[in-house]
Design a protein around this ligand. Structure first.
Ligand SMILES: [Zn+2]
Length: 275
C-alpha cells in the first residue's frame, strides 16, 4: 500500500502501541501484545532512552486483524474525517465532525421534503436516501473502530459519549429512510385512510423501532417491502449498537489507571514521573 507512511494506513494494525514522547500511535511494532507492555518506539534512535512506548491495544485474532485493516483503510482513504477544513483534519475534532454529520442528515431530510413538494419523480428520493446511507456507513465504521480499535481513545468516557451521539444520528438516518417511503406505513387512524408520515414521524418510528418499544401506532404497510426490509435492518443494527455502546461503557469503567496518562497525551515529563 502506498499510504504506509502514516500510522493509520498500516495493513496489520495489531497490536497498537502509543509513544508518550512522540505523541503517536503505531500499528506495527513487535511485542507479545499484552496490554500495557513496554515496547521499543519505532522512532527511538539507538542513543535515546526517553521514549515511553506501551501497548494500548493488545494483539487481536486474525479475523479481527483483517477487519481492522479494512476499517483503517476506509478511514484513511475514504471517510470525510480525513478531509481538511480551515487547514485542520476533522480527525480528532470529533465535536465539529459530529455536528457536520448531523447537519448533513437533516439536510437529506430537507432534500426529501423538497422533492415531495416539487413535481420531480419519486425516483429522485434515492438521492437523500443514498446520502443518509453514506453518512450511516461513516457513523457505523467510526463507532465500531472506537470500541474495537480505540484509536480515538483520548478518553474512554469521550468515546462512549461519542457513541451515544452516533446512536442518535443512527436514529435520524433511519428517520430519513422512512420519510423517503412516507406512503409505506400504515398509521392507526380511526378512518383507516391513507396517510403519509412526516420526517418527525419517521424519526419517531425509528426510535420506537430501534429501542424495540414498538407501540404499533405506525407500522410497515403490507406489501411495502422496502419499509419491511428497512425495519428488519434497523432492528439488527440497533442490537449491534447496544452491544458496542455496552463495550464502550465497559472499557471506560475498566480503563487501567496507569494507561490514562498515555491515552490523554500528557507531556512526556508527566509520563516519565509515572512509576
Ligand atoms: Zn517515540
Amino acid at each position: 500500500m502506498a499510504d504506509e507512511d502514516n500510522s493509520f494506513g498500516v495493513m496489520h494494525a495489531t497490536p497498537i502501541v502509543y509513544c508518550g514522547r512522540c505523541h503517536e500511535n503505531f500499528g506495527e511494532v513487535r511485542s507479545n501484545g499484552l496490554l500495557g507492555d513496554f515496547v521499543r518506539c519505532p522512532n527511538q534512535k539507538p542513543d535515546e532512552r526517553t521514549h515511553v512506548c506501551r501497548v494500548i491495544k493488545p494483539q487481536s485474532g486474525e479475523f479481527w486483524a483483517i477487519s481492522e485493516s479494512l476499517i483503517y483503510r476506509y478511514e484513511s482513504e475514504f471517510s470525510p474525517m480525513r478531509w481538511s477544513w480551515f487547514g485542520h483534519h476533522f480527525n480528532g475534532r470529533v465535536g465539529t465532525y459530529n455536528t457536520l454529520r448531523t447537519v448533513v442528515i437533516l439536510f437529506m431530510a430537507w432534500l426529501a421534503n423538497l422533492i415531495y413538494d416539487s413535481s420531480l419523480p419519486a425516483a429522485f428520493l434515492w438521492l437523500p436516501a443514498v446520502g443518509a446511507a453514506l453518512v450511516l456507513l461513516d457513523i457505523m465504521v467510526s463507532n465500531t473502530s472506537i470500541v474495537f480499535i480505540s484509536r480515538f481513545a483520548a478518553s474512554a468516557f469521550r468515546s462512549t459519549f461519542e457513541m451515544i451521539i452516533g446512536y442518535a444520528q443512527f436514529i435520524l438516518c433511519f428517520g430519513v429512510f422512512y420519510y423517503c417511503l412516507k406512503d409505506g406505513f400504515s398509521v392507526n387512524l380511526e378512518s383507516g385512510t391513507d396517510y403519509s408520515i412526516s420526517y418527525l414521524e419517521g424519526v419517531y418510528f425509528s426510535i420506537v423501532s430501534a429501542t424495540t418499544l414498538g407501540y404499533g401506532d405506525i407500522s410497515p404497510r403490507h406489501n411495502y417491502h422496502w419499509s419491511q426490509v428497512l425495519v428488519m435492518l434497523q432492528l439488527i443494527m440497533s442490537l449491534y449498537y447496544g452491544a458496542i455502546i455496552l463495550g464502550g461503557v465497559a472499557s471506560w469503567i475498566n480503563e487501567p489507571k496507569h494507561l490514562k496518562p498515555y491515552r490523554r497525551m500528557h507531556p512526556v515529563e508527566d509520563i516519565l514521573k509515572d512509576p
